[in-house]
Design a protein around this ligand. Structure first.
Ligand code: TYM
Length: 329
């Protein structure tokens, strides 16, 4: 059986990109694999976070995971900082990963560019991510395309550790969806949609009210011409909107082209808005129920307990292999 791990940062309200690129696939995987899904709050603090906001967003993200369909009977849902083994293995892996490797990470380069303050944590971020994954002997990591490089580094460090200290870690595979792996900004189709985008109109947030979603979609940039046709080079904006529409309705790109043949962008945008609202509305309803339910904290506590049991087995083995003196009673 596959062991699946993935995480999302509570660094903003999750977007349709996070949903289509990641969570939707998590929900499917939980039926056939042993799954762990995590709110990676320790990753979020690699850039400044307001404490109250981080607290709220951690609860919000946990409730959204559940509202999107993560079933705590099937999958383990937990908060990263509740399981200290992540920080511990993160440190050990920092000592196995090279400075040069971290410096080549494009996400680090993007996030550190033109910033006055860049934390050491932002630089070593991929070591903590590798720890998240390797602690659970994960075989499969469902993520969007932007995480591919981090996954490659995770594989490299697992292989390196195994060679140096003996077989310890399973070398995980990334699972990146062909469609939806990279949803683009509604304002600039050459830029990835991101939960921390400064312009709210660039992003469809899972918790945007229906009228806001409709407005943002009606304002989304399109390409020249009026044809609804998929071509990422010639029509990047329309291709992105088609991907969103196709994934929200279950239609193929060809069916979408046929549906809007000769109709122009107006009816197309109207249909996208209807499709997105019909996917988001039930999630929003369940979200509010979860957020107010005492079961939210209990679910996270149960999840942390189960995760900790699994993590401690790997961590103990790693420490022994490295040559640390065991603590005796
Ligand atoms: P994060 O929080 O940025 O994003 C969460 C997930 O959403 C995917 N994603 C997208 N997919 C398609 N289109 C987009 N525009 C888009 N934006 C984001 C991301 O690829 C991701 O799968 N480093 C990770 C969090 C993490 C993690 C892990 C993931 C920490 N430890 C271990 C997997 C395994 C991150 O920042 O994701």
């Amino acid at each position: 059986m596959q062991r699946v791990f993935s995480g999302i940062q509570p660094s903003g309200t999750i977007t349709i990109g996070n949903y289509l690129g990641a969570i939707r696939n998590f929900v499917q995987l939980q039926h056939t694999a042993e799954c762990l899904f995590c709110v990676v709050d320790m990753h979020a603090i690699t850039v400044p976070q307001d404490p109250q906001q981080l607290y709220q967003r951690t609860r919000e993200l946990a409730a959204l995971y559940l509202a999107c369909g993560i079933d705590p009977q099937k999958a383990i849902l937990f908060v990263q900082s509740h399981v200290p083994a992540h920080a511990e293995l993160g440190w050990l892996l920092q000592c196995m990963i090279y400075y040069g490797e971290l410096g080549r990470m494009t996400q680090f380069k993007d996030k550190s560019e033109q910033k006055d303050v860049v934390t050491a944590g932002l630089f070593t971020y991929p070591a903590l991510m590798a720890a998240d994954i390797l602690l659970y002997q994960t075989t499969l990591v469902p993520v969007g395309e932007d995480q591919k490089q981090h996954l490659e580094l995770t594989r490299d460090v697992a292989i390196r550790f195994n060679r140096r200290y003996g077989e310890t870690f399973i070398v995980p595979e990334a699972m990146i969806p062909k469609m939806g792996g990279r949803i683009m900004s509604l304002e600039n189709p050459l830029k990835k949609m991101s939960k921390s985008d400064e312009s709210p109109n660039a992003t469809l947030y899972l918790l945007d009210p229906p009228e806001v979603l409709r407005k943002k979609i009606s304002r989304a940039v399109t390409d020249s011409g009026r044809e609804v046709r998929y071509n990422e080079e010639e029509k990047p904006a329309v291709s992105n909107l088609m991907t969103i529409y196709a994934l929200c309705t279950g239609k193929s790109l060809q069916e979408v082209e046929e549906e809007f043949a000769g109709q122009g962008y107006g009816p197309f945008k109207q249909a996208i808005a209807d499709a997105v609202v019909s996917v988001f509305e039930p999630i929003q309803q369940r979200y509010h129920e979860w957020l107010e339910s005492p079961d939210l904290e209990k679910t996270l506590a149960d999840g942390a307990e189960k995760a900790e049991k699994l993590a401690s087995v790997t961590l103990e083995q790693v420490k022994e292999q490295i040559g640390f003196l065991p603590r005796r009673a």
